[in-house]
Structure formats: C-alpha cells, structure tokens
Design a protein around this ligand. Structure first.
Ligand SMILES: [Zn+2]
Length: 292
C-alpha cells in the first residue's frame, strides 16, 4: 500500500486549533513501525483540477484570504494556506492514481466540508472530490464511502445530480452535530445514513456492512474512494453523552475489512480525527483491515 505524505502539511499550523500538525505526526509515528507502507509525494496540481469541482469565485476568495490572512475560527488563513490546501488535494489525486494497489492520502487540511462554492469545518478544498473527478477519466462509476462522524455536506453538494458518483455517508445525525444540516437528495446516487446518539460498535458495523454492500451491489462501482474520518471514536468527542458510542479500536479494522471484501481498487483520504492518543492506532487498524 502507498501512503501519500509531505512534511509541508505540517506548515499548516494555528495555535490551539484541533486540526493540528500533531495529528499527522501521531499517525505517521504509528505507521512508521510497519514495513509494508511505501511513502510517495503528492501530485502537483494546476488550477484546472480545482475548477473541475469548485467555482472560480471560491478559488479567488481562498487566494484573497491567504494573501490577507483573514480567516474564521474554524478556517484560519496564513499566507501559505491556499498553497498547502492545494498540496493536500494533490495528495488525494496521487492516491487515486495508485488505487490498483490501494493508497492512503495522509494529508491535511481535510476536505469533505468544502463544497462547490463554500469552505468550512476546517476544510478549504475538497481533496477527495477533486481526486474523484479526475479519476472519472479512468473509471466510469465511483462510490465514495464517508465514515467521518460529520456528514460531508461539501461532497454531497459537489456530486448531487452526478450519476457517475455515488455518495454514501455514515455520520452522526446532523440534528445533533456539525454541519447541522444536509442538502435535500435529488438523485439516486446519494445515500445518507444518519446515526443516532448512543449508536454502539455492534449497531454501527451491522448498518455499515448492510448499507455499504447494498450500495456496491446496486451501483456496481469500479472504484471505491474513502473519506476516512476517525472522529466517531468515543474519546474523540468533546461532549460525552451526545455522541456515538464507538468504543472498540477494532471497529476500524472491521470497517476496512468490509470495504476490502468487495475487492475493488480504492483510495482513501484522511478527513477528521482529533484524539491524538488514539488516532495513530485507529488509522493503522483501518489500513490493516482494508489491506486484507
Ligand atoms: Zn469530522
């Protein structure tokens, strides 16, 4: 399996922000113990790649905010923010090119909350969507499976009405957590699976297995793209008692194994996951299960 990584991702750094460089370091420390991973660099992208997904207006806004360092609490900007966000998208594209042997983009900032014409939720550009759009040149049907605890409303927005891309998301009910809303479903290639507060490992895996396998059977994808978030783990949550009850590290191995069981090319991009003590183990478990 290939891991796409660059130390430049560590340059995207703001004091006290949970989406921190330490996240990647915690994961890398864990993965470095294993011999089976080969590290490769992100692809260099032209803006053409970004414009296949995002509006020109959004790109201009991101560039302007980088120049003036004018951000929000969730999405702070420094002079290099646009550049590093583009590199993170390049990592996803690179991972998609190695889908035959499976590849993981160990990159940040994450992407799934960035839509066609908006950014938010720590995301600037939708890395996974940019890679999927590019991969459509090679694969005619792509299934995105998103298991971050938060709905990827940006990804939903981007692929709404696109029959070549199936967006399947397992997330905590948006009535109880960010982004606090979803978009109305207008096609047969979007499936949102909201999970209620208190959902346990066993309940989660049962639903995940059933709905994922159903979607693969119905849609017959040629490629699986994973929006891999690790923030549904119980100790990741800020508010204990209003979250999912995913308590077993092995659950992530099983999620990987279920995705592996359909035997299709695939790539994964890192989305959320903020518990620095457990993040490395959870990612490592997912990759182990996915690799088979
Ligand atoms: Zn998340």
């Amino acid at each position: 399996m290939k891991i796409v990584y660059s130390e430049r991702f560590l340059e995207h750094s703001f004091p006290y922000h949970p989406e921190s460089p330490e996240r990647l370091l915690a994961i890398k420390q864990f993965l470095d113990k294993k011999a089976e991973f080969e590290y490769i660099k992100p692809a260099k992208l032209s803006e053409k790649f970004l414009l296949a997904v995002h509006t020109e207006r959004l790109l201009e806004e991101l560039k302007m905010r980088s120049q003036t360092c004018s951000g929000t609490a969730d999405n702070p900007f420094a002079e290099n923010t646009f550049e590093i966000a583009m590199l993170s998208a390049g990592a996803a594209v690179q991972a998609s090119k190695h889908a035959d042997e499976l590849a993981f983009s160990l990159a940040r900032p994450p992407g799934h909350h960035a839509g066609r014409d908006f950014f938010g939720g720590f995301c600037y550009l939708n890395n996974g969507a940019i890679a999927v759009m590019h991969a459509l040149k090679k694969y005619s049907r792509i299934l995105i499976v998103d298991f971050d605890v938060h709905l990827g409303q940006g990804t939903q927005d981007i692929f709404s009405g696109n029959d070549s891309v199936f967006y399947l998301s397992f997330h905590q009910d948006t009535g109880t957590i960010y982004p606090w809303h979803d978009f109305p479903i207008k096609d047969n290639t979007t499936k949102l699976v909201p999970l209620q507060v208190g959902t346990t490992d066993g309940q989660y895996l049962k639903i995940f297995r059933r709905v994922f396998l159903q979607a693969v059977k119905k849609f017959e994808p040629e490629l699986i793209a994973c929006s891999a978030g690790f923030d549904m783990f119980h100790s990741d949550r800020l508010y204990v008692g209003t979250a999912l009850r995913i308590e077993r590290h092995e659950t992530f191995k099983e999620i990987g194994a279920i995705i592996n069981s359909v035997n299709l090319p695939g790539f994964a991009v890192l989305e959320g996951g903020y518990g620095l003590e457990t993040l490395g183990l959870l990612v490592s478990n997912f990759l182990e299960g996915w690799q088979g």
